[in-house]
Design a binder for this molecule. Sequence first.
Ligand code: ADP
Length: 328
Amino acid sequence: MKKEIVLSGMRPTGTLHLGNYFGALKRWSEVQSDHDCYWMVADLHSLTTLESTADIEKTTLEMTTLWLAAGLDPERSTIFLQSAVPEHGELNAIFATLLPTSMLELNPTYKEMTAEHPKSGSFGILNYPVLQAADILLYKASRVPVGRDQEPHIEITREIARRFNNKFGEFFAEPHALFSETPKIYSLTEPEKKMSKSGRPDSYIGLLDDEKIVREKIKGAITDSGSEIVYDPEQKPALAHLIDLLHLSSGKPIENVVSEHGGAGYASFKTALAESVSAMLIPIQERFRSYKPADVKNILADGTAKARAVAQKNLGDIKEKIGLLNLK
Ligand code: ADP
């Protein structure tokens, strides 16, 4: 049976954090065995908000290395560089004709990104979900494993697929988001917000943070009033987020986390959480250090060649469907 096609990407804009890991990356490594997976280094998308590209080569290789260290397997998945597959831009130009700009202006992530990066305010930010639709549909992916924050973008991709099919005839299946068990991981310092690398450094735990830093950040994490460890996401959301992190990092069910730490108080709970997070991160960090940048670059080059071949074939079919003159 033909495997379902899965695609997702991340922007190489800085180190990855537990939100990226539990919201996306961990799920990516799980789905590799029974899907046809494409993992995209979304370097073109990072240009929308990066103020300087001085470090982009370094962060691109660092992020790819972290993916490999976290379990992505180039033997089973296609790991590729968006900017080296020009067909993404071509399909973007086609898709850009299908939606009214007013629909893109209503996109909640457009509003968030322009508020967070008032200096950039570019057309690229408005175009972000259109390019993302091109990324996904270029490979005819039907599943997109992302965090909850990406839901509006997947909806726009579905809308673009529908409009293309209506205008040019049935071609694309509408893709669906694939959410992890906890599709939203929260900031340690502002527990009502998602954990994000654009937040304060002590608001997120980076996948490369060492034990001491993890301990300090978790020690400083906001908790709710009281001292008892109870799981109550409505009344005590900040504590519930930390319990979720202990559950996710240790693999223990929430009930066991609560019963083990129930009467012990916040300080000892936080020590256990820091130990659990570090125990999970240390093997990833060891694997990260074992890769040579040249080998990672080769993996990315091989994956990009595979992705490009699929992209060229599919874009040819798309142009034929539209009825554009074929000069070959
Ligand atoms: P950031 O928001 O930190 O810039 P990206 O936009 O590059 O990260 O997101 C990469 C992937 O990680 C996306 O699938 C996104 O949904 C997921 N992700 C990012 N932050 C979180 C979070 N706090 N919780 C769950 N998933 C997240």
